[in-house]
Ligand binder design. Structure first.
Ligand code: OGA
Ligand code: MN
Length: 207
């Protein structure tokens, strides 16, 4: 199935305006997900990714009880072409929502993410208390053949109650970083994604 990007961008923008979140399938096609998984960056990920932190929290044990994922930031200027494709789509998303929702979003930062089996991320908001530049959270999942029995749901908490999103390959989830509380439940298999934020300032390369 061919990605119909204009329709997807419209769905995301409408979802953000009406509900504060949107979920779109096949934002990346199966072969595009496959290419990303074949990059050295991802294949070596388990060796080189760093344990993700929370804010300025340095205490490893406290950190472990909150989140157990491993991350590696992507420098878009050096990224393989298959990741460049993804960055391009996100830049088109920025243009679309700026125009459609009168926002002034400027840039996007993305890291590769690995949750080993059993890892989770407790309920949280993505916007830092000390830094409100993260406006939209954007996650694209990279897990072929994911079954509900594998767990690993993203649980989105809304005033009317929670609901679950499974991390299926190519699926994009986008939500307001300042408003939508969410958590990642443990999975029985490794759970891979590209996790990013659209920000309202120009970024230098994240370190
Ligand atoms: C995060 C996060 C959700 C997911 O990295 O902040 O909440 O589904 N990720 O991976
Ligand atoms: Mn989050």
């Amino acid at each position: 199935m061919q990605t119909d990007l204009p329709t997807q961008l419209e769905q995301i923008s409408n979802g953000l305006a009406e509900r504060g979140y949107a979920i779109v399938d096949s934002f990346l096609l199966d072969h595009e997900v496959g290419d990303i998984l074949q990059t050295d960056e991802f294949k070596n990920g388990k060796l080189h990714f760093k344990k993700a932190g929370i804010g300025k929290q340095q205490d490893k044990q406290i950190n472990e009880s909150i989140r157990g994922d491993y991350i590696q930031w992507i420098d878009p200027a050096l990224a393989p072409a298959c990741m460049g494709v993804y960055f391009n789509r996100l830049r088109q998303l920025i243009q679309y929502v700026n125009h459609d929702l009168y926002l002034s979003l400027k840039d996007v930062e993305v890291h590769m993410t690995i949750y080993p089996p059993g890892a989770f991320y407790k309920r949280h908001l993505d916007q830092f208390k000390s830094d409100n530049h993260r406006k939209l959270s954007i996650i694209c999942y990279l897990n072929h053949d994911w079954k509900e029995a594998h767990g690993g749901q993203l649980r989105i908490h809304l005033p009317e109650g929670p609901f679950d999103v499974y991390p299926l390959a190519g699926r994009l989830v986008c939500f307001r970083s300042d408003q939508i509380e969410h958590e990642v439940l443990p999975a029985t298999r490794e759970r891979l994604s590209l996790t990013g934020w659209i920000v309202d300032r120009n970024l230098s390369v994240p370190s």
